[in-house]
Design a protein around this ligand. Structure first.
Ligand code: ADP
Ligand code: MG
Length: 584
């Protein structure tokens, strides 16, 4: 049973594991480590098939089917994506992706994978984290431990770098998010001191600014472009942006409404265009330093992570801000997964790594709505767990009744930094009965505990010790729910009629198993095991092969039943079987 680390990214995902004192990336059957975070659907006649990863991403250009991308952005929301006749939540799509990763990782490692350390953006809230865990559960993976992406990056960076004391700032600039983490390293401890970020600030915004500039240059109104044209222009801008990493200047061209349009970009132009974003970044930068109680001068290294960190203009801006060059880690795309892989080693208590301790913090304030006096229209947010508290965090507060003869108290839970409770993100509520007395004479104890994975548990107890608790976004799915989701997903990879056929084949093989004995029984047992592994492999080729072979062996077994004395098994069949196992 293996444990692996998975960077479940918005754009790409990848897996890593720990072995022989090192972290290694896990390639798929074609040797690729980066799997596009894409799910698609193709139709051949009546049949519909779901594709995951690279195959799905290829549908974008081939236009032979539908495909959904970037669904992680909407994790934990009600948004659904339509593929064919069905619609899926970001959680279900993530489950398909995780199952794909689990599949090729098992092939590569040659063992079952039971557990995964999954990375999530530091800014993921309770619901987004819970849904990530649920997705793993549906994919057949235990995900007891989630770690924050920038923390994973710090872990990857620091591992094997000795034990010198230093302060790091992880700058994780992705497609749609920016996460900054202030980290202190000493002995074998990697301590996240403070985090700050913006989940609506990323490389996509740069594409947007470039597109607006393109429009201005060509006397077009960005707002008035058709949605399809907007997307096309954004794609064009992204391509031009990436080219600026290696080329002095790039000429972007696109025909819009029959007119051929063009604009030239160079580094200085891009630098100017990005200025509004840089100002926001600077503010966040100062904010995280302030929360950590440090100044720029205290920083030993700034580590650039995420696809947008590859932009030379970003590096230039950071160099100006720091007064020195930031550190660019080898491959900005891989470092988060590598950190998750390192953590999988720690989690697996591998000899050569287990002593490292990684601590993390709560990225936002969590609290309950409270009132200062009777008649207050708007409640304020009473902070229970403050931003950047080290995890796990716990706090209990006693609250008293607000009205005379109040018989019930409802505790409303929010997340955020605003003064009035309602201006923050509402997470849920929990309610408890109280004895009706004069206002202020009856009380309840409210306890918040924010666990190491960033999942919040709230408990309320009244004076009679009656408890009521809420685990905010119901972290676990019930076995029945898991089964239901699993079946729904399975139905996608193999059409129903095929599943029915597989069940029939399996049943038949099991019958043979029951009535056989000795070596023959053992052999049929391993045939069943092999068949199950094949049809559950989530790989079309393997499924097809498992079914074909099972049919063939069953036919032989049937034939064999006719002349029991001379079992084929002892001759031809066994030879063939052995040969096949060898070939694999
Ligand atoms: P996420 O973690 O959000 O999935 P990534 O870290 O993969 O995102 O970053 C994706 C972003 O990085 C996109 O906005 C993409 O345009 C940008 N990007 C990727 N490669 C480059 C590059 N070579 N130069 C500039 N930007 C890049
Ligand atoms: Mg990322």
């Amino acid at each position: 049973m293996a444990i692996i680390g998975i960077d479940l990214g918005t754009t790409n995902s990848l897996a890593a594991y720990w072995k022989d004192g090192q972290v290694h990336l896990i390639p798929d059957e074609n040797g690729n480590c980066l799997v596009p975070s894409a799910v698609g659907c193709v139709r051949t006649g009546e049949k519909r098939e779901i594709l995951v990863g690279r195959e799905a991403k290829e549908l974008v250009s081939s236009k032979e089917g539908e495909v959904v991308l970037s669904f992680k952005r909407f994790m934990g929301t009600e948004k659904t994506y339509v593929l064919g006749e069905d619609s899926y939540t970001p959680m279900e799509l993530s489950a398909m992706l995780l199952r794909k990763i689990k599949g090729y990782a098992e092939d590569f490692l040659g063992e079952q994978i039971e557990e995964a350390i999954i990375t999530v953006p530091a800014y993921f809230n309770d619901k987004q984290r819970s849904n990530t865990k649920k997705a793993a559960q549906i994919a057949g993976l235990k995900a007891d431990r989630l770690i924050n992406e920038p923390s994973a990056a710090a872990l990857a960076y620091q591992t094997g770098r000795g034990q010198e004391e230093k302060s790091l700032l992880v700058f994780d600039f992705g497609g749609g998010t920016l996460d900054l983490s202030y980290v202190e390293c000493f002995d074998n401890v990697i301590e996240i001191i403070a985090v700050a970020g913006d989940n609506a600030l990323g490389g996509d915004d740069i594409d947007g600014l470039m597109a607006e500039y393109f429009c201005t240059q060509n006397r077009l109104d960005w707002e008035k472009l058709a949605p399809g044209m907007k997307n096309k222009l954004l794609e064009e801008m992204e391509a031009a942006k990436k080219k600026l990493g290696t080329e002095q200047s790039v000429l972007a061209e696109l025909t819009i409404e029959g007119v051929s349009c063009r604009a030239e970009f160079d580094e200085d132009r891009l630098f100017d265009l990005c200025m509004p974003l840089f100002m926001k970044i600077k503010a966040l930068f100062l904010h995280v330093l302030e929360d950590a109680g440090h100044s720029i001068a205290d920083l030993d290294d700034l580590i650039m992570v995420g696809g947008s960190s590859r932009l030379p203009v970003v590096k230039r801006f950071l160099t100006e801000l720091l007064g020195k060059e930031p550190v660019v880690v080898g491959n900005t795309d891989l470092v988060v997964a590598m950190g998750a892989g390192v953590y999988s080693g720690i989690r697996g208590r591998k000899e050569d790594i287990r002593d490292i301790l990684l601590t993390d913090v709560c990225p936002f304030t969590l609290g309950v709505e409270s009132f200062r006096r009777q008649g207050d229209k708007r409640g304020y947010l009473l902070p229970m767990i403050e931003r950047n508290s080290t995890l796990p965090a716990f706090r209990s507060e006693r609250l008293v009744t607000l009205y005379d003869y109040q018989s019930r108290v409802t505790v409303k839970i929010y997340q955020g930094e605003e003064y009035y409770a309602k201006d923050n993100i509402y997470l849920g509520e929990v309610s408890v009965k109280v004895e009706p007395k004069k206002a202020g004479k009856e009380w309840i104890d409210v306890s918040f505990s924010y666990d190491i994975n960033g999942i919040l548990h709230v408990e309320v107890v009244n004076s009679r010790q009656e408890r009521s608790r809420i685990l905010l976004a119901n972290q676990e799915l019930s076995p029945a729910e898991v089964e239901r989701y699993k079946q729904a997903l399975e139905a996608l990879t193999a059409p129903p009629e095929e599943q029915e056929k597989n069940r029939r084949l399996l049943k038949k093989a099991e019958e043979y198993y029951e009535k056989s004995s000795g070596e023959r029984k053992q052999w049929i047992g391993s045939l069943i095991g092999w068949f199950l592994a094949g049809i559950n492999s989530n790989r079309r080729y393997k499924v097809k092969k498992a079914v074909e072979e099972m049919e063939r062996y069953l036919a032989l077994l049937e034939e064999e039943d006719g002349h029991k004395e001379e079992w084929l098994f002892n001759g031809e069949l066994k030879e063939e079987w052995d040969q096949e196992k060898e070939d694999e």
